[in-house]
Design a protein around this ligand. Sequence first.
Ligand SMILES: [Fe+2]
Length: 329
Amino acid sequence: MRGSASVPGIREITLTEREVRPADDLVRRFVGEYGSADEIGLLTRLAGHRDVLPVRLTDALAGVRRRLGSPVTVVRRPPPEEDVGPTPSHWRLRGRAATAAHDLWLALVAMQAGDPVCWQTLQDGRLFNDVLPIRGEEHAQTGHGSLHHLDFHVEDAFDDHRCDVLALLCLRNPDLVATTVADVGALAGIGADDDELLRRPRFGILPDPEHLRTSRSADPSPVWRPVLSGGSQPYLRVDPAYTTTAPGDDASAQAFSRLCRRLEAALVRVRLGPGDLVVIDNHRAVHGRDPFAPRYDGTDRWLRKLTLTFDLQRSSGRRRDGSRALALS
Ligand SMILES: [Fe+2]
């Protein structure tokens, strides 16, 4: 696995103090006015202020929205001045105001690539989700695990209306635990037989347990879908930890295995520091995380997650279990 410097499919943008100052000033003004970022009206206003961001950043993220840009964009900046306090032991225990300035920075940048949406079945339907280790979940294949690799995956692969873009902002990462990413470039040279098999609806994809834990209405059965779709640069729907094939369908199982090996071999490590964020095209890239030892002392790795769609109309449509919440309109 490689580091992220000069890797095809990953664009790195490092902003200077001077470049982030107009955005930081705006964020502070809005935090003073609203107190927290959990206000739909605030995000609507924020979306109208793209001019406080450097053009080289907004241009890059407009490319993501058009699916012409890099599948993965890393945006680095000088660490923000605002203190977020200790990493909470559970997402329910986060103070609403603690991360307001960071959340608004995340939203301001990420909204250049899409419109925010969230799930009623994740973290009480909060728009911004916490990625942090939780005691007792060390072995979980979710954003709350720690001791094992979080297998690479497409976010919410089980859902036909999963997010188009995923943005992760780092609040704290003292051990520089890596986020792992790989993009569709890894599929170059895939055999015609495998390509054809992987485009058939022979792959049963389950929702991860986080969706089932808080909602009795969430449907725990797999959806049977292709894991590749689209043209010569296919879209990915790959989530190995939650994907199965029918008994006896060895050809599909082996093709899926070969696909996963290709992605595994292409994984790149992205190490985020406070204030850095990564914007991931959820159709052209997969993401995961390296293992780490949790401390549970307030200094653990802590990210904020925002998911975005290119088509709010589609996202507000019918869900198979009614689990999607529309966040911004
Ligand atoms: Fe994820």
